[in-house]
Design a protein around this ligand. Structure first.
Ligand code: PEP
Ligand code: MG
Length: 665
């Protein structure tokens, strides 16, 4: 238990803030643990915000119990010969946000379907094959236990075998996928080394348990600790613990990983990173995951390897060897399709051909069958995103808080202007839409620390923050004005709720004497803003609908909480009705764009065009696909489809009617 393992506090200490998005989840916690272990010192951590601890900073399972989330304050204490060095090193790590890169897929993550459609490496989202069912626990019944000494030896051997496998996986992943994904295995390796858990294992063996029973009990207990954490992202890390547990148990029982050399469509209870990294992408045609949730490391790794994934298939019975298939875009999974999987295979070929064709025509404008040009732009959070955005008609959203998210001190006006210039240049002088700092909610900025709030998404976010810190907004506006004098730029204010906020933001801008060509707009993300669009948008050049936030606020479903991912669906007719209200109610001459994730979904893009939105801004890799889809669209048909969608009762009813999906027979 945490208290039992607490070490004496004395000597050197310091206090730090947790600034990274998901707090001390497995990867940053593993970095803390590895660093703490390097010093000849006894180091403890206490979560001052919750009062949890002190716990041994050298134990991953104990650090996890701190439940340290973004905004929490931690006390680092150390005693021993290298106490000062240990504290200084941990402070430096905390100051760097624990070297935690933003969650892959985090900023763009919407509903499960959108994530898969937008981010999957192949982007095809269809798979069909023979089911390889690997969703059971490792079978221990045939295990023959020996004397305590033998069991101790076997427990050690299994630990070493698991360590070798994970080290190999880490190195292979770093080489073939990326270092960020590889760091997932660092966290798993740290679990194998966890002094606290090892003590539990060996004590259990001393008192007569077999090695598998001891390992299983110790790691199940750690997984439960993760399961009990408040942050849903941290909670999902329990699957890393179970993955390590199963690896050790397989080593002990001599069972091989069913997934390693198999061919077909893999069905798993949850997808851990090790499985996703180890499967042979040539043989595994897709992975169907029973659990919902799209932020798990396994989903991230599989997607980056281009393996189609569908999550949330639930408890449907899947006999091993049965023919199964899915279309993740339509969220449909079938067992033994009546046509032997032919419709899925046809869809697969069609989607691959479509993708090729879309890429070949990416640079052409998206003109609908009946001659209306829809601008398709790209959302960017880095200069590289802009360089990679093939065929985009500019940027409809530059997320400045992502662009400068790593900064510990606010970037100067000149630094900001330089980066904005580089983005504009990457788009070859096409317009870019710079959104002012959208800090708050799930997006921290280290140089703008915020008080912890009970409901951060309903607290000081976006424009609200700058009423108290106008100088930071003004510096950013200065940089935007500089660049707008040289190249087409639009500025956009986030999280607007009232006309008074718009007025205040415009005053800040006007005080800087903005250049003639600078276009000014606001984001529509709050239902109140959508409802009073007629008064709110008067005098502006454009509004851009942020469907990610508009959806979470309309459906009262936290966009980062996988438990309510089904509710937070941008195709909910209630959200579509608000978009329709904006399009119809906006004052004459004010353009309406959509830059939320809904615009990255080809089916939704057609609906949006049907609602009268003539500018969409999507994640970069989806731009060619969206353009190709719009070229095949007749706006008259799309308008009728959209009108019907407004009257339907649910997002799934809208999806059923509008999805260009596989028709299972
Ligand atoms: C949105 O809310 O839809 C949006 C585009 O902004 P972000 O996702 O950055 O909050
Ligand atoms: Mg938003």
């Amino acid at each position: 238990m945490a208290e039992a393992a607490a070490v004496e506090e004395s000597g050197s200490f310091d206090e730090v803030a947790v600034s990274n998005e998901h707090g001390l989840h497995a990867r940053p916690a593993a970095k803390v643990v590895r660093l703490a272990q390097q010093f000849d010192a006894q180091v403890t951590l206490t979560n001052l915000t919750t009062g949890k601890g002190p716990v041994n900073a050298g134990s991953l399972s104990l650090v996890a119990t701190l439940n340290a989330q973004q905004g929490h304050r931690l006390r680092i204490s150390a005693s021993g010969p290298q106490a000062d060095d240990a504290v200084a090193a941990l402070r430096a790590l905390a100051d760097r946000g624990f070297d935690d890169a933003p969650a892959v897929g985090g900023a763009e993550a919407g509903t499960a379907g959108q994530v898969l459609a937008g981010k999957s490496g192949s982007g095809l989202d269809v798979a069909v094959g023979v089911a390889i069912v690997a969703d059971g626990e490792v079978e221990l019944s045939g295990y023959q236990p020996g004397a305590a000494e033998v069991e101790r030896e076997r427990a050690q051997d299994a630990r070493r075998a698991a360590e070798e496998q994970l080290t190999r996986l880490r190195d292979e992943t770093a080489r073939t996928i990326g270092t960020e994904e590889a760091s997932i295995f660092e966290a798993q390796l740290a679990l194998l080394d966890d002094a606290e858990s090892l003590d539990v294992v060996f004590q259990a063996i001393e008192s007569g348990e077999s090695a598998p029973a001891a390992w299983k009990a110790a790691l199940d207990a750690v997984a439960i600790r993760f399961d009990e954490l408040d942050d849903p992202y941290q909670r999902e890390r329990a699957q890393d613990v179970r993955s390590v547990r199963d690896r050790v148990l397989r080593a002990l029982t001599g069972k091989s990983e069913t997934t390693r050399d198999a061919s077909g469509l893999l069905v798993v209870r949850e997808l851990d990173a090790a499985t996703a990294a180890a499967v042979d992408a040539e043989r595994i045609v897709g992975i169907a995951v029973r659990a919902a949730g799209t932020t798990g490391h396994g989903v991230i790794v599989a997607r980056s390897r281009g393996i189609p994934v569908m999550t949330g298939i639930g408890d449907v019975a899947v006999p091993a060897g049965a023919l199964v298939g899915f279309d993740a875009r339509a969220a449909e999974f079938v067992v033994e399709p009546a046509d032997g999987g032919e419709s899925l295979r046809t869809a697969l070929r069609a989607r691959a051909a479509e993708r090729e064709a879309a890429l070949a025509e990416a640079e052409q404008p998206a003109v609908t069958v009946d001659g209306r040009t829809i601008a398709v732009l790209a959302n960017v959070g880095s200069v590289q995103d802009a360089v990679d955005a093939r065929g985009a008609d500019g940027s409809g959203l530059v997320r400045t808080e992502v662009l400068f998210g790593e900064r510990r001190v606010a970037p100067s006006v000149a630094e900001q202007a330089e980066v904005f210039r580089a983005i504009a240049a990457a788009f070859g002088g096409k317009p870019i839409t710079i959104r002012t700092w959208d800090v708050g909610g799930d997006k921290p900025l280290a140089f703008l620390p915020q008080e912890r709030e009970a409901n951060p998404f309903l607290g000081e976010r976006g424009i609200r923050v700058f009423r108290r810190r106008p100088e930071l907004l003004r510096d950013q506006l200065k940089a935007i004005c500089q660049v707008a004098a040289e190249t087409p730029v639009r500025v956009m204010f986030p999280m607007i709720t009232t006309a008074e906020e718009v007025e205040w933001a415009l005053q800040q801008l006007e005080a800087l004497d903005p250049p003639e060509g600078l276009k000014v707009g606001i984001m529509i993300e709050v239902p109140a803003a959508a409802l009073r669009i007629a008064t709110l948008a008067a005098g502006l050049d454009f509004v851009s609908i942020g469907t990610n936030d508009l959806t979470q606020y309309t459906t009262a479903s936290d966009r980062g909480n996988s438990a309510v991912a089904g509710l937070a669906d941008g195709l909910d007719p209630a959200v579509l009705q608000l978009i329709d209200h904006v399009v119809r109610g906006v004052p004459a001459g004010v353009e309406v764009a959509v830059c939320g994730d809904l615009a990255s979904d080809p089916d939704a893009a057609v609906l949006l065009a049907g609602l009268g939105v003539h500018e969409l801004s999507a994640v970069g890799p989806q731009v060619p696909t969206i353009k190709a889809r719009l070229r095949r669209t007749d706006l008259t048909t799309a308008t009728a489809l959209a009108a019907k969608a407004l009257t339907l009762e649910s997002a799934s009813a809208v999806r059923t009617r509008s999805t260009d999906r596989v028709r299972f027979s």
